[in-house]
Design a protein around this ligand. Structure first.
Ligand SMILES: Nc1ncnc2c1ncn2[C@@H]1O[C@H](COP(=O)(O)OP(=O)(O)OP(=O)(O)O)[C@@H](O)[C@H]1O
Length: 545
């Protein structure tokens, strides 16, 4: 192997920067052919773009495009995937204008295609003889085959380097975006009760005491724990999460505290636990109410002495972690039932924070809906959808037993299932409203333009005082119990209640749909579409006996 071909291989092996690699690649090839002028071209949309050139006056062609419609040697090689030798005086493929401003013109061009791994051509490399005798370039067939092999290896190396540098750039821009996102809070909500929680979280972030967050499932306990970590001095260290309920007791212990090799069958090497891995940072213990009693004692040791003992270890390890725990259980009752250690509770609840359920901060629903619609549109690349007022009204009157998580999931569903840009109340699936109807007469921020359910509520005195549902003039009397915080419709599903209400209103208005809709407080088309969906029409009524 000659020194030049050795240099060529070296340039392929060691270089990841495409600009440096393409330069070295071209210069080595030119050396192997004893010439000074050459260029590398790649296919770009409808043209061929010069990414590298060497030799006198070569600067004038770097970054130049040759239109794909123009005859050119690089174009021919790229399109045919074959090398060629062209006498520039007689070859019709030669694009002469390129050399208009050059004092020395080319006399012979040897051009090789550049292949990707899959044999797809992505460019071409030109080796140019400028001597009138065309005597520099070695056109021996064996030598050209040898060069083609080198070019093949070089072109794969070059395409890999281009891909690598693109990925590096992409990763860098993702890192910047991530850093920006980490600086921002992802907590949404402007209601007074939620803002109080955020203020409390900000104050707690300035302290290093442990925190106990309570609240129903899906209210954002993990998110607020993350916020406390993000705003505190531990923010550059890990925030690690362990759900204490989703995992068997023995596994939970080794996840939290780690284990030593041989501690149990399968422990083939030492493993660090969450507390060690989070050293300097925060451990979020979700569902702490479900933590087994004996592990509670080990957690107490972390809280009191900053100590852990891995499973199977003889020694104690010191850790520096802040614990934020969360539960949706009534811990005080659990203490009374000896299911939760009182000392642990007192240690954990130095800084308590209670998150209100979504139904108690309904004014946050519209802004959350907008946030999740935007988030889903960014995630999926779909255009952002909007909720029509009647759809929004429907959401603000629902009790949200699954809290923010349930709302987020509904938005995910709507983004996928609904094609149109605007979401109607009818698009919201019935199962979100079936079963028990919670809190139906809780106040709604949109009650001015209320939807059907709201009407059920606002007309409920009328509807309930009769303690009767009308059906074809006959009266059915289901049990309606008032319970704390809402109306219990017994075993009736939402759909049945809705059906009864529509029948009731129609019957009252002598089956005049316009009057019935007016009576229900919704527009005629909404009322009629609901009738259609529920299959209600006068002709469908069962005949009186
Ligand atoms: N205020 C909020 N702003 C934006 N998103 C929120 C908010 N609250 C909750 N979420 C979202 O709702 C979902 C549930 O939140 P999170 O897991 O923090 O609730 P949780 O109370 O810890 O639930 P669980 O008790 O089931 O563990 C997450 O996707 C979270 O991003």
């Amino acid at each position: 192997m000659t020194k030049s071909s050795f240099d060529l291989f070296k340039s392929f092996a060691g270089e990841l920067d495409p600009r440096t690699l393409q330069k070295k690649f071209l210069l080595s090839l030119l050396k192997l052919q004893n010439v000074h002028r050459g260029s590398i071209w790649i296919k770009k949309n409808n043209s061929y773009h010069c990414i590298e050139a060497a030799g006198k006056e070569s600067d004038s062609i770097i970054e130049i495009d040759i239109d794909a419609d123009q005859p050119s040697i690089v174009g021919w090689v790229i399109e045919n995937g074959k090398r060629t030798v062209a006498d520039t005086k007689s070859d019709g493929r030669h694009f002469r204008e390129l050399e208009d401003n050059m004092a020395v013109k080319s006399s012979l061009i040897l051009c090789f295609p550049l292949f990707l791994k899959e044999k797809e051509v992505y460019g071409a490399v030109q080796i140019i003889d400028t001597t009138p005798e065309k005597s520099c370039v070695n056109l021996d067939e064996d030598y050209l085959n040898y060069l083609q092999n080198l070019v093949d290896i070089g072109s794969v190396a070059l395409s890999n380097a281009i891909l690598y540098s693109r990925q590096v750039k992409e990763a860098e821009s993702l890192k910047i975006t991530l850093k920006e996102l980490q600086k921002r809070s992802s907590l949404i909500g402007h209601s007074k009760s939620f803002q109080q929680c955020i203020n409390l979280a900000r104050n707690y972030a300035n302290s290093d005491l442990h925190v106990l967050i309570t609240g129903e499932s899906g209210t954002g306990k993990e998110l607020i724990a993350n916020e406390i970590h993000r705003l505190g001095h531990r923010s550059k260290k890990p925030f690690l999460v362990q759900n204490c309920s989703a995992i068997p007791k023995t596994l939970l212990e080794s996840e939290l505290f780690g284990y030593r090799k041989g501690a149990f069958s399968g422990a083939v090497r030492d493993k660090k636990g969450l507390f060690e891995a989070a050293d300097g940072g925060t451990v979020f213990l979700d569902e702490i109410g479900d933590m087994p009693f004996n592990i509670q004692a080990a957690i107490l040791r972390v809280l009191q002495n900053n100590e852990i003992k891995p499973v199977g270890a003889n020694e104690i390890i010191h850790v520096d972690v802040r614990i934020i725990a969360a539960t949706n259980r009534d811990i005080k009752t659990m203490i009374g039932e000896n299911r939760f250690r009182q000392d642990l509770f007192y240690r954990l609840s130095v800084l308590p924070l209670e998150l209100p359920p979504l139904r108690e901060r309904r004014e946050d629903i519209p802004i959350m809906v907008k946030h999740f619609l935007k988030q889903e549109s960014l995630r999926s690349g779909q255009p952002e959808k909007k909720l029509k007022p009647d759809a929004m009204q429907r959401l603000t009157t629902w009790s949200w037993p699954g809290n923010v998580r349930e709302l987020e999931n509904l938005i995910k569903y709507l983004m996928v299932a609904i094609d149109s840009e605007y979401i109607d109340a009818e698009d919201i699936p019935d199962h979100f409203f079936e079963g028990s109807v919670h809190d139906i007469h809780a106040s709604s921020p949109l009650s001015e333009s209320g939807d059907m359910e709201d009407r059920v509520h606002s007309r409920s005195s009328d509807f309930q005082s009769s303690k009767a549902y009308y059906y074809n003039g006959n009266i059915n009397v289901p049990e309606i119990d008032r319970r704390k915080g809402g109306i219990n419709f017994g075993n009736f599903s939402w759909q049945e209640v809705e059906e009864q209400y529509i029948h009731f209103t129609l019957h009252k208005n002598n089956w005049n749909v316009t009057w019935a809709a007016k009576d229900a407080g919704v527009n005629r088309s909404t009322f009629a579409s609901r009738m259609r969906r529920l299959g209600i029409s006068r002709s469908n009524l069962p005949q009186k006996a």
